[in-house]
Design a protein around this ligand. Structure first.
Ligand code: AMP
Ligand code: MG
Length: 347
């Protein structure tokens, strides 16, 4: 997700980019370090409340380490850096082998696992189609059915061969490419939280272009309060949830979409048809124990729509909120029990 199309915004957080600020909590209960940097093509905001064992100096040091970690991951996962491990993987011919670092291997393996758990909706081999639709956006011309059919022959995680012993990757078909755009930011969010913890932080909020993790509490008396933007009015909130040690991640049709001949084309592709997701899903929000899975599931749920709610319910720790178009109005649908668990407040 890109910040410019941000979906989830933090309540009462006026951002000051590339900076560190010390300010009082909106409720006046304490001070919070609020720091933002541009990384992985998004604004990354980290907030650390100053209470308990954390003072300004230790909080700031931990935040710097978390930013360094995200920069390290950007070098591994970037689709835009020629020397990233992902770019090296995508330059492989069929049956060539590449041994990435263990964490790149593990993320690919996890993405393949969630391809199965989402009935094929989350599919990192979707890249040739993502590229085809990106060209179509630039040239303002829709791809032909024949072009889409051709690209579909290279889509499918069965074309990725993982050697679990050597931790190496190969493709068994020419032209297969991996897109981690639906998982890498979530992964980086989890890693940033891990680094904060290793540096003594127990309460923090990491917001990586809309992929968020709320660690601990905002203050002794209050959990983190996260507002989800109205999908058709970015100055308005649609709902709020209260979170403690949870990730929250939203994917929607109001992110990197484009409009051609009056039709809105989403940046999320249905890997089964080759077309951008249409239908009645406006956005999918996942609340989960970790941000990597929340990222993957939010993308998948945009493809699956309300039929995907059952799949999310079967995953322990995961919950979903869908915003659906229904006879011209926007409607919320969610997994069972979510409203009570997270004190959802519709706005
Ligand atoms: P997100 O904003 O997290 O939903 O991720 C969307 C990004 O993931 C897109 O910009 C593509 O790079 C990639 N993507 C698009 N469709 C899919 C899909 N069906 N499965 C996995 N990744 C996808
Ligand atoms: Mg995602």
């Amino acid at each position: 997700m890109k910040f410019s199309q941000t979906l989830a915004i933090l309540i009462a957080s006026a951002l000051l980019f590339f900076s560190v600020r010390f300010l009082s909590n909106s409720d006046g209960t304490g001070r919070v370090i609020d720091s933002t940097k541009l990384l992985m093509g998004s604004f990354v905001q980290i907030k650390v409340p100053i209470y308990g064992r954390v003072d300004e100096r230790s909080g700031k040091k931990a935040i710097d380490k978390a930013f360094e970690e995200i920069a390290r991951l950007e070098a591994l996962f970037s689709a835009f850096k020629e020397e990233s491990e992902l770019s090296k993987i995508n330059r492989m011919n069929a049956n060539e082998t590449f041994k990435p670092s263990a964490e790149v291997f593990d993320l690919i393996e996890r993405a393949i696992e969630y391809n199965e758990k989402t009935k094929g909706a989350f599919d990192i081999t979707v890249k040739p189609l993502v590229d085809l639709w990106a060209r179509s956006k630039n040239e303002k011309k829709l791809p032909s059915h024949a072009d889409i059919k051709k690209e579909l022959t290279r889509i499918g995680t069965r074309y990725i061969i993982l050697d679990k012993l050597n931790k190496s990757v190969s493709f068994n078909r020419e032209g297969v490419k991996i897109d981690l755009g639906g998982a890498a930011q979530g992964y980086a969010t989890d890693r940033a939280i891990k680094v904060l913890k290793e540096n003594g932080i127990e309460n923090a909020l990491v917001n990586l272009g809309g992929d968020m993790y709320c660690m601990g509490r905002k203050s002794k008396d209050e959990p983190w309060n996260v507002g989800i933007q109205h999908p058709r009015n970015k100055n308005k909130l649609f709902f709020e949830v209260r979170l403690e040690d949870k990730a929250i991640n939203t994917s929607g049709d109001y992110e990197k979409y484009f409009i051609l001949n009056g039709t809105r084309y989403s940046h999320i592709i249905d890997p089964r048809t080759g077309y951008p997701v249409g239908g009645n899903v406006v956005s999918a929000t996942i609340i989960d124990d970790d941000s990597t899975r929340a990222d993957m599931l939010a993308t998948a749920l945009c493809v699956l729509g309300r039929e995907g709610l059952g799949a999310v319910e079967s995953i322990k720790g995961a919950d979903a909120i869908l915003i659906i178009k229904d006879k011209g109005a926007l409607k919320i649908e969610m997994t069972r029990g979510l409203r009570e668990r997270y004190a959802v407040q519709e706005k």
